[in-house]
Design a binder for this molecule. Structure first.
Ligand SMILES: NC(=O)C1=CN([C@@H]2O[C@H](COP(=O)(O)OP(=O)(O)OC[C@H]3O[C@@H](n4cnc5c(N)ncnc54)[C@H](OP(=O)(O)O)[C@@H]3O)[C@@H](O)[C@H]2O)[C@H](O)CC1
Ligand code: K
Length: 470
């Protein structure tokens, strides 16, 4: 189940093949799908490149088959096209596509090197190993010599399921994904091999997907009769470095919570007066049954005092967001104390520290497998933060955020994200939805803030990010 109908599925190669097989079993021939794919890709290439001379590189499988369909469609648009094949077609559909192209097919190593446009239809989801050295080098040469380049489905040499290059892979202007997004379309380092990507819908639904691309969520304004408690009370517990929890608390207030209480802080410069302070000694402040989300970790400290505060905070079993130093203490053994609705927001280093030591947990794989395994083993929603952030739930669902600005790699942005997670948890009561919304709002606030911001600068952009979702 996607978290909203805006979230497109992201498939493995095997899931894509299964989805394709289901459509074929339903009566659509494979060749018809190839026609749809090739024609859709050709239209994009023609719109981008008009009548620039184009070289289409075709491999032996159905990716190559798409290439022949593209070549024919471009020729029909009046584009001067040449085709160069690495090998003869080995599938029935690719043979048919080559027959319908009907034009000359040149040798991959013998065709001239300089073309305005190059289309890579050598290998797609059927890649089983890296390209031979001289094949990869020739592909790089042809693509680099062109003015524009297009990778059909996946750049040849990129492994579909983990986004890793298995041989030298050039950089393309556009990656044209066919049917559905595949994992490589979301994962680094693959995502560094194109400037833009585009998905062509060719009528292949993906019914059983568990991984989705994070898209703009739909949010609602507060109900007509809302008051601060019905909108959600967030309690943020401070620690040794109160500035971090204050930043997170302000992000929570901007992120839609009706009331934010900052507990255990003596003095913080410049915190909004709307954020209510309370002492750690005031037990009622922490046990308050109206608390819909407890936030602890930013600036907590790794000493005894931090551990003690975490223990005090978890006693009440409020829905919780655990970040930063709270995760550090968690790694020291507090995992069992997690309440039912918990969100953990580790970056890669914290993630390794928490989950590496859990016995029997296989933490190999891409960030997707890591986050899903961690969520399933901990029973919490895991937000694995990084250049590609993954939100995973204990039920195996995950969303991947592939487009966050790299300017987010600055101190304090994690505190802002934790505050947003708490706000959305207080508002929605659903930790998976909350974390996905928070990651999107965080990325959007960063996009709006532009380059070289401080984490504090994100705060005034959060309302505009929310406005984009209403
Ligand atoms: N999924 C869909 O709905 C549609 C997909 N289309 C396109 O089809 C490809 C997938 O096609 P497939 O034939 O499964 O695979 P490829 O074309 O990617 O390549 C398979 C052949 O290549 C050989 N191979 C694999 N790796 C290498 C390598 N490094 N060097 C040389 N040869 C390689 C492989 O042979 P083996 O030796 O491994 O047995 C195959 O012969 C998908 O990406 C889409 O572009 C449809 O056209 C539309 C619907
Ligand atoms: K390709």
């Amino acid at each position: 189940m996607p978290i909203s109908d805006r979230n497109a599925p992201v498939l493995t190669a095997a899931e894509m093949r299964a989805a394709e097989a289901a459509v074929i079993a339903g009566g659509v021939p494979e060749y018809a799908l190839m026609q749809r794919a090739g024609k859709a890709a050709a239209e994009i290439i023609w719109r981008a490149g008009a009548k620039r001379e184009t070289l289409v590189l075709c491999g032996p499988g159905n990716n190559g088959g798409d290439g022949y369909v593209i070549a024919k469609a471009l020729r029909d648009y009046g584009v001067p096209v040449k085709v160069a094949a690495l090998a003869d077609p080995v599938t029935e559909s690719a043979r048919q596509a080559r027959a319908e192209w009907g034009g000359a097919v040149e040798g991959f190593f013998h065709v001239e090197t300089h073309f305005a446009q190059v289309v890579d239809a050598l290998f797609g989801t059927g890649l089983t190993r890296g390209l031979e050295g001289e094949v990869a080098a020739r592909l790089v040469q042809l693509v680099e010599a062109s003015e524009r380049s297009y990778a059909i489905d996946i750049p040849s040499g990129i492994s579909t399921d983990d986004g890793m290059p298995l041989s030298a892979v050039p950089h393309f202007d556009l990656c044209i994904a066919l049917g559905q997004w595949k994992r490589a379309h979301m994962l680094r380092p693959a995502t560094g091999h194109w400037r833009r990507k585009h998905l062509c819908d060719i009528g292949i639904p993906a019914p059983d997907a568990t991984l989705f691309r994070l898209e703009r969520p739909r949010l609602s304004p507060p109900a007509d009769d809302a008051h601060k408690y019905t909108r959600g009370l967030v309690a943020a517990v401070a620690g040794e470095m109160p500035g971090a929890s204050a930043l997170a608390a302000e992000a929570a207030a901007r992120g839609g919570a009706g009331y934010v209480r900052l507990i255990g802080v003596q003095s913080v410069n410049r915190t909004s007066h709307a954020i209510v302070r309370a002492s750690m000694k005031n037990e009622a402040a922490l046990s308050d049954p109206r608390i819909r989300a407890l936030l602890i970790g930013p600036g907590l400290g790794r000493g005894e005092a931090g551990a003690e505060r975490l223990g005090q905070a978890l006693v009440h079993s409020h829905p919780v967001v655990l970040d930063a130093d709270a995760l550090w203490h968690l790694a020291e053994g507090a995992m069992a104390a997690l309440p039912e609705n918990a969100i953990l927001t580790p970056h890669a280093g914290e993630f390794a520290q928490i989950f590496a030591n859990l016995s029997g947990l296989d933490i190999s794989g891409t960030v997707i497998e890591l986050a899903v395994t961690a969520a399933q083993s901990s029973g919490a929603v895991v937000v694995l933060k990084g250049p590609t952030t993954v939100v995973a739930g204990p039920d195996g669902r995950a969303v991947v955020a592939d487009a966050a600005p790299s300017w987010l790699s600055t101190a304090g942005t994690g505190d802002v994200l934790a505050g947003l997670c708490a706000a959305r948890l207080a508002v929605t009561g659903d930790p998976f939805r909350a974390a996905a919304e928070a990651v999107w709002l965080h990325g959007e606030a960063a996009r709006l803030a532009g380059p070289a911001f401080l984490a504090d600068d994100l705060l005034p952009y959060i309302p505009a990010a929310i406005a984009a979702c209403l």
